[in-house]
Structures are given as C-alpha cells and as structure tokens.
Design a protein around this ligand. Structure first.
Ligand code: KG4
Ligand code: ZN
Length: 337
C-alpha cells in the first residue's frame, strides 16, 4: 500500500510518499524566506504560496519515490489544526486528487502526526506519553494506538512561539528557535534567573507568556550585546526547556507511561534533546526522538499516520472540511484529567 501525504497547515508546503511505514520520499518547501522581514507568518501570504507550490511539490515527491499518481492507493492530508487558509489549499487539493483518482482520503490531525513521527525509530509501546513542542502548539498526549488524550497543553504561548517572539524583539530573525539555539551556544545558562512557572490551580498545563514577558522586560531594561546576549539567550532557552522537563516529570509520575516521545519543531533543539535523554535515562524510560528532518513540519508524518488510520477504517467524504483548532489548542474549554 502506498500513501501520498500532503501537509500545508502552516508555512511549509510538503508532500511525501510512504509505503508500509517506510518513507519513500519527503519534500518540504519552507516559506520562511517570505516571513523573515515580518518576524512571523502572514497567513494570507502563506496560503497563496501554498497554492503556487502544491502541485510542483507533489510531483517532486512522486518522482523521488519513483512512482506515478496511479500507483497511489490512499491520499492522506492534514485536516487540523492550522491556519485555515493554508489548510484549505492542501485539503482541497487532496480532495480533488482523491476524487479524480477514485482513491480514499484520510484526514490527519497534525499534532497526532508529529507524535507518530517519533515511531520511525522503532515501534511504540503503549501507553505512550507524547509531547508536541512547536511554534503553534505545546501539548502532552497520552496515546494508545490511535487514541489520543490531551493531558496538558499551553494556556497561552507555545514554547516555539515564545522563542520566536523573543528573537523578533531582539531583531535576530525568524524562526527564532534555531537562531537562539545557535547564539546560546557561547552563553552561560545560569546568568539570568527564570523561575519554573507553576499554575496556581495545580494544573500541569504549560504557560510561556509570563516567561516571555519577563524576558521582554530584561530586553527593555538592558542593552544586551556580545557575550551578555549569548548568556541571556542560553538562560532563556534553558528556562523554556526547564518547564518542559518539569511537566514531563509530573506527567510521568501521574500516568506511568511505558514510553515517552518528544516531537515538533522545537524538539530539534540540542539542549532539549540532551535534557530529555538525561531524564529518560534517570527514569529508565524509552525515549523516542524523531530524527531532525522529521521534527519540523513535513508530510512523511502525515502519510505515516494516514496509513495506520486508513487500516483502522478512518476515511473522509468529499463534503468534509479542514478545521483550525483541536482539543489541544490553547483556549479550548478545560478538559477533565
Ligand atoms: O513543528 P514546527 O515546524 O511548526 C509548527 O507546527 O509550529 O515548529 C516550528 C517551531 C518554531 O517556533 C521554531 O522556532 C522552532 O520550531 N524551532 C526550534 C528549533 N528549530 C525550530 N526551536 C528551538 N531550537 C531549534 N533548533
Ligand atoms: Zn507542526
């Protein structure tokens, strides 16, 4: 069985071909060059760009996999969450393909797909505690097969969003995460003190806006340059990771998972990867970390999960539509633990 995956939920136009869990090709065209000058994504520009690129990217993915459209058995596409204009481009394209080819369509949750991107290094054992740490979301799921229960999510900013916003305030460029990682290398992470934010109601949800405001106040107060700037960025990066490890620790104690996975764009960060490995070793837990090329947005993860979903009987009809949010989105009604 061959699955064509399509991903356009944010600022990457991506297509991939997966065959029985094996990635035959994965093409990702980033739009970051368009957004450098804005310090963040402009949704309208992003969706127009997806429209220009999608056909070429799908053709490239098929070519690299050495297959043609007729060889595709299932079309899998990101259904939610994301920028609605961007999602609509990929979803409409996938629907049209599915209709034209008379092949089934599977609508995939982008966050669930991020988690399953970590299974390409070895089969999951359940229950699995999966973290998605990206620019749009920071959430933890308890996963059993295709059942995903949100057990924590951010109340305000996502971890990557906080990194992006602080980089923007310092005029360092976009996306901020990799730039901060690079500049933090020469810095001392103990130079600035940031507390691990705990929520007053005892919830294990994440919260990054307080940390971001504290960092912004320091930037307003002090002219950060040279080594001092490196120190500041190393401390801020560490603070972001401290909160992730703190919540992971509490969630592991409560849910006692068989394994853990850390995924999403921010999981490319070496400091986070190192701390997560240390944590897993201490707890004697198997940690799944996606290879770096699978951490950011891509369509291989959509096709990979799409195959599992198709086998389990999930398909979409042609009247279905994409949706911008999920239960893991910030501001959704509080769920019960
Ligand atoms: O998963 P992703 O590609 O897109 C979303 O679904 O949001 O994640 C993008 C986020 C951005 O906030 C970016 O700054 C962050 O991932 N990121 C990193 C690194 N590479 C990307 N954050 C920290 N360190 C990195 N090396
Ligand atoms: Zn993502």
């Amino acid at each position: 069985m061959r699955i064509l995956g399509i991903e356009t939920s944010c600022d990457e136009t991506a297509a991939a071909v997966v065959e029985r869990g094996r990635v035959l090709s994965s093409v990702v065209r980033s739009q970051v060059d368009l957004f450098e000058e804005f310090g963040g994504i402009v949704p309208e520009i992003s969706s127009r760009r997806h429209l220009e690129l999608i056909h070429t990217i799908v053709k490239q993915a098929l070519k690299r996999a050495g297959v043609s459209l007729e060889d595709i058995d299932v079309v899998a596409v990101t259904k939610k969450p994301g920028l609605i204009g961007s999602l609509l481009v990929g979803y409409s394209y996938a629907k049209a393909l599915s209709y034209g080819l008379k092949k089934p369509l599977v609508g995939v949750d982008h966050l669930h797909a991020h988690i399953y991107s970590a299974e390409l290094d070895g089969r999951f054992r359940f229950p699995l505690l999966g973290l998605v740490v990206s620019g749009g979301h920071t959430a933890a799921f308890l996963v059993r097969g295709l059942e995903f229960k949100v057990v924590a999510r951010t109340r305000d900013d996502a971890a990557g969003e906080a990194l992006d916003k602080i980089a923007k305030k310092l005029n360092l460029g976009y996306p901020g995460g990799p730039i901060i990682e690079r500049m933090a290398k020469g810095g001392n992470p103990e130079s600035f003190e940031f507390p691990v934010v705990k929520l007053k109601d005892g919830s294990l949800d994440f919260s990054y806006s307080g940390l971001k405001s504290q960092a912004a106040r320091i930037i307003d107060r002090e002219e950060l340059k040279g080594k001092r700037l490196n120190d500041f960025l190393a401390s801020f990066q560490k603070a972001i990771v401290d909160q992730l490890i703190d919540r992971l620790d509490s969630l592991v104690k409560i849910y006692n998972p068989a394994e853990i996975a850390i995924t999403g764009g921010v999981s490319q960060n070496q400091h986070l990867r190192g701390r997560a490995m240390e944590f897993a070793k201490k707890r004697r837990l198997k940690l799944h970390l996606p290879e770096k090329w699978l951490c950011g947005d891509n369509a291989a993860m959509i096709a990979y999960l799409g195959e599992k979903m198709f086998k389990a009987g999930y398909t979409e009809d042609l009247y279905s539509s994409p949706f911008p949010r999920t239960e893991a989105s910030k501001g959704e009604k509080q769920f019960q633990k």
